[in-house]
Design a protein around this ligand. Structure first.
Ligand code: DX5
Ligand code: ZN
Length: 216
């Protein structure tokens, strides 16, 4: 079986000590750093921008997984790539020409992902799956950390897994929202490759144990 990738979401980290918190999760066994970008428009919250990503790039060599919860990723993705993001994920629910955006992001030499809100179905994204490296399935409404995992979305994860396997596409499935030691095994069983987890990892007394418990 392939290794499950652990991607702590720094939305739940201590913003006054982000560099140190990233070192902490790196030492605890994290594989990626999940960076939540919010514009106060696509979602009702505002988080970090490219300036912060650029500073964090100096703190670690871990893979930066940028999750753009913004209305106009076509305007901003390049800033994140230049700041050091290794993967750019934007939302399916935006109005932009998604095939063009996928092509543009890929041509910059970074990975590209599509994220879907709870109400977006697996069938809606099928035509884009062959072109992307990652599908990020939101298991909470995007915008805030610390919400509860929506178990009703597990069949959707399984549908996406079946579709990828049936067609032998080279696309990872990531899950984001309410991931902890109880919900992670459900997602692994459903076929995910990447676990994004914020409050569970950063609120843990011992992040190493917390990460290990995700994989039990
Ligand atoms: C929510 C973000 C998530 C969030 C996860 O909009 O995309 O990445 O930080 O946080 P937890 O793990 O606390 O649900
Ligand atoms: Zn996220």
């Amino acid at each position: 079986m392939k290794k499950i990738i652990i991607a702590p979401s720094i939305l739940a980290a201590n913003s006054a000590a982000l560099g140190q918190d990233i070192k902490k999760i790196e030492n605890a066994g994290a594989d990626w750093v999940h960076i939540d970008v919010m514009d106060g428009h696509f979602v009702p919250n505002i988080s970090i921008g490219p300036v912060v990503v650029k500073s964090l790039r100096k703190a670690t060599t871990l893979f930066f997984d940028a999750h753009l919860m913004i209305t106009n990723p076509e305007k901003y993705w390049l800033e994140f790539q230049k700041a050091g993001a290794n993967s750019i994920t934007f939302h399916y629910e935006i109005e932009t020409d998604k095939k063009k955006l996928i092509k543009d992001i890929k041509s910059a030499g970074v990975k590209v992902g599509i994220s879907i809100k709870p109400s977006t179905t697996a069938a809606e994204i099928e035509t884009l799956i062959p072109y992307v490296d990652l599908i990020l399935v939101m298991t909470v409404e995007p915008g805030f950390g610390g919400q509860s995992f929506m178990e009703s979305l597990v069949p959707k994860i399984k549908d996406i897994r079946r579709f990828i396997n049936k067609n032998s596409y080279n696309c990872l499935i990531s899950v984001d929202g309410g991931i902890d030691s109880k919900t992670a095994p459900i997602c692994i069983n459903a076929g995910v490759n990447v676990l994004v987890s914020g409050s569970y990892i950063f609120n843990a007394e011992n992040p190493k144990n917390a990460i290990e418990a995700l994989l039990l």
